[in-house]
Design a binder for this molecule. Structure first.
Ligand code: C2E
Ligand code: MG
Ligand code: MG
Ligand code: MG
Length: 284
């Protein structure tokens, strides 16, 4: 029997591998009905300007409120949804819901500046022939301007991408949608390759931010981040850092020239109301 032990972890009586396989199978078969029953929900994590801590936007992060296992994080079910193709309708739901939420915030905070919404795209969604049409449709129906949407694609999903794969992203970018390279620095991509990708934002992976937590910070780590930031800026890409957990990290990353940040130091992912109150307060 799998028993929920709080958070996203399970305590399993059976040997772990067995139990995981059963859970994996069980979760996979439960996915389609879960979508129909509305068991998925979205938490939002603010993205802030490193300069003044003001809210720049939010990233939509999907969760599954499983009737037996409790709340499951995306790492538990996104890979399963990828394997079965359910990621396409699930991803479409996340996009629609997040865009609708962003439009709602905008309508209530007209002086709050342009609030942006970041939505993650999986590789299967990237290959789907209706990606552009679906995105246009969602934007038109919500009334959100394309420039307020940022689609996050992992670096590994774009490694070796040919023109066929890049074309829909290029079309979206031409409409004004931002494309961010997520988890940057983990995929061993050729830095020179960045030039041919239709991306406007680099999201530096948490592994870099983690280095900034050590005392003293390894000077080589500093040089690497400095180099990436300067390269990104010379290509006119904005740099967002993930996983900022302390004020010291935030200061360091600001000094290194990073533009925006996301992390527990500012706020954990949470209910949409949280973003609403942060916008009212004007800073995290
Ligand atoms: P990601 O896009 O890189 O999202 C950032 C992850 O880092 C989130 O984990 C977030 O909760 C976590 N995080 C944020 N700040 C901190 C921090 O200061 N410290 C630490 N230790 N962690 C922090 P989460 O929500 O578990 O999401 C994991 C991954 O699942 C995401 O990584 C993304 O790749 C994927 N994902 C989430 N929602 C969706 C979705 O709607 N569609 C798709 N295709 N993938 C999604
Ligand atoms: Mg992301
Ligand atoms: Mg990321
Ligand atoms: Mg990451």
């Amino acid at each position: 029997r799998a028993k929920s032990a709080g958070g996203n972890r399970f305590e399993l009586a059976d040997p772990e591998a067995d139990a995981r396989a059963i859970t994996r199978h069980g979760l996979t078969t439960a996915l389609p009905a879960a979508l129909e029953r509305g068991e998925f929900f979205i938490e939002y994590q603010p993205l802030v300007h490193l300069g003044d801590g003001s809210v720049h936007g939010a990233e939509a992060l999907v969760r599954w409120c499983h009737p037996q296992h409790g709340v499951l994080g995306p790492d538990r079910f996104i890979p399963l949804a990828e394997d079965t193709g359910l990621i396409v309708p699930l991803g479409r739901w996340v996009l629609q819901e997040a865009v609708r939420q962003a439009r709602f915030w905008q309508a209530r905070h007209t002086d709050g500046g342009p609030l942006r919404i970041n939505v993650n795209l999986s590789p299967t969604q990237l290959h789907h022939p209706r990606l552009v049409a679906d995105t246009v449709d969602v934007l038109e129906r919500s009334g959100l301007e394309p420039g307020a949407l940022c689609l996050e694609v992992t670096e590994s999903a774009l490694i070796g991408a040919d023109e066929g794969l890049l074309k829909p992203l290029r079309q979206l970018a031409e409409m004004g949608v931002d494309i961010a390279l997520d988890d940057f620095g983990t995929g061993y991509s050729n830095l020179a390759n960045l030039r041919r990708l239709p991306v406007s934002v680099l999201k530096l992976d948490r592994s870099f931010t983690r280095g900034m937590q050590q005392h003293p910070v390894d000077p080589v780590d500093l040089k690497i981040v400095e180099g990436i930031v300067s390269l990104a800026h010379s290509l006119e890409l904005a740099v967002t850092v993930e996983g900022v957990e302390t004020g010291a990290q935030a200061r360091q990353l600001r000094e290194l020239g990073c533009d925006t940040a996301q992390g527990w130091y500012y706020a954990r992912p949470g209910a949409p109301d949280r973003i609403h109150s942060l916008l009212l307060a004007d800073a995290v």
